[in-house]
Design a protein around this ligand. Structure first.
Ligand SMILES: [Cu+2]
Length: 131
């Protein structure tokens, strides 16, 4: 009679395999956690978020008055040969916009912001941010 080979129970895995399985479970739950975090982060950004562009040209802001929504990004595009700033009178932002450069800012609060260029205070603009 042929000796029967030792059969390993299906339910008893070798220790090394058990550890590997546990590591995979941990990794999978971490991946799931990261995905949940990304979904939550995406939900915090309004679906309508867009970019509004404001040109700085010949010491003039175009348009001088801009309407935007919370979550939108404002881009100041400086086409001049000199640097400007986008400086909010309420202190929300104060950014240097170098010559031939673009600087952007994400609008997080509904409010109206008056801003200007510290280097050329005649450059005045207004951002009307709504929900
Ligand atoms: Cu300026």
């Amino acid at each position: 009679m042929k000796p029967r080979g030792r059969r390993r129970s299906v339910h008893r895995r070798p220790a090394a395999l058990r550890l590997r399985v546990r590591a995979r479970v941990l990794r999978d739950s971490f991946v799931r956690l990261v995905i949940v975090a990304l979904v939550v982060a995406a939900a915090a950004v309004p679906a309508h978020a867009r970019t509004v562009r404001i040109l700085m040209e010949n010491l003039v802001l175009q348009p001088a008055e801009t309407r935007a929504k919370v979550g939108d990004t404002v881009e100041w595009i400086n086409d001049d040969m000199v640097a400007h700033t986008a400086t909010a009178r309420n202190g929300d932002f104060d950014m240097i916009v170098p010559s031939k450069s673009t600087v952007s800012f994400v609008l997080l609060k509904a409010r109206t912001i008056e801003y200007y260029s510290r280097f050329h205070p005649i450059m005045k603009g207004r951002l009307r941010i709504s929900r």
